[in-house]
Design a protein. Structure first.
Length: 304
């Protein structure tokens, strides 16, 4: 990916996923088998029949070992544990396994089962020491589903980067927008705030690229993420009305609010009565003057 794009878009999940994918695919596609403990006889009913189950097991064990070895990063002569690389690597491993799981049999659930089977082999036979528990145990079928959707979007975004770098009339259009809009509807009427936040992050990166790199018009930007909480929008007004209808009689009867409102009401009634009297008096005066004017006019006409 061009440096200009990386700099403008900022942290790029698509680019980091590209690194993880290349590493996993390279492990899987190595001709020589490593004969790693636990993988020699490994098979899974959830993996596609066309895949080499033994090689997938080896790829996962080698990848987890890679994440474990890449423990630290150095910045300003200080050393920090590279938590982000491990966390994102564990998440991407879910997606990578998902692409090798049979799609006709609860793929998210079966991906989770397969991941735990391979992680158990890593811990028991490769001294994993459960080091990735904090990253893996937070995953469930729901989070895997959202992870797959987000990763699919970032993969399309990566493809869009490559296409946009080539001068063409279609540099501003992509199927990313359709996919984003589809997931945006899920966000608006759902209750997954994390998923909505991730869509916001994705929109920010995509729109930044559209504006600053390919320099396309506003019509090509992704729409904002605005959640619509149907339950809250229904319950809150109803609750407020119920509360007001209950509290007003109590305030009127047992507090100083009652005499105050009565005084205010009677005062307004008196004001209205006075206004009505003034209006009636004015009307009577107007009617008398009008009758006199009509009579005088008739007499003048008659006299002449």
């Amino acid at each position: 990916m061009p440096l200009e794009i990386q700099t403008i878009v900022g942290y790029n999940a698509a680019y980091s996923n590209y690194i993880y994918k290349n590493k996993l695919d390279s492990y899987k596609n190595e001709r020589e088998k490593k004969n790693l403990n636990g993988c020699g006889e490994f098979t899974s009913e959830h993996l596609n029949d066309k895949d080499d189950h033994h090689k997938i097991c080896e790829a996962v064990i080698l990848f987890l070992s890679h994440l474990n070895e890449k423990q630290n990063i150095t910045y300003n002569n200080n050393t920090y544990e590279d938590i982000i690389y491990k966390d994102n690597g564990c998440k991407y491993l879910f997606y990578w396994l998902y692409t090798h799981v049979k799609s006709n049999e609860q793929p998210f659930k079966n991906t989770l089962i397969l991941y735990n089977q391979l992680y158990k082999i890593y811990n028991e036979q490769h001294k994993g020491l459960n080091i990735f528990n904090e990253y893996i145990n937070v995953m469930n079928e729901h989070t895997i589903e959202k992870l797959v959707k987000l990763t699919d979007m970032y993969n399309k975004l990566e493809h869009f980067y490559e296409k946009a770098s080539q001068e063409s009339e279609e540099k501003c259009t992509s199927d990313v927008k359709d996919l984003y809009t589809k997931y945006l509807d899920e966000c608006k009427y759902g209750y997954d705030y994390d998923f909505c936040d991730e869509l916001k992050n994705f929109r920010k990166k995509y729109n930044s690229f559209i504006r600053k790199v390919v320099k396309c018009e506003e019509q090509y930007l992704l729409p904002p993420v605005e959640r619509f909480d149907t339950v809250s929008n229904t319950i809150i007004p109803f609750t407020l009305i119920s509360f007001i209808s209950l509290i007003l009689p109590i305030l009127y009867k047992f507090t100083a609010f009652g005499p105050w409102i009565r005084q205010l009401v009677f005062k307004n009634i008196n004001v209205l009565d006075n206004i009505n009297e003034d209006i009636n008096d004015s009307l009577q005066i107007y009617e008398r003057e009008n009758d006199y004017s009509k009579t005088r006019g008739y007499n003048i006409s008659y006299s002449s």
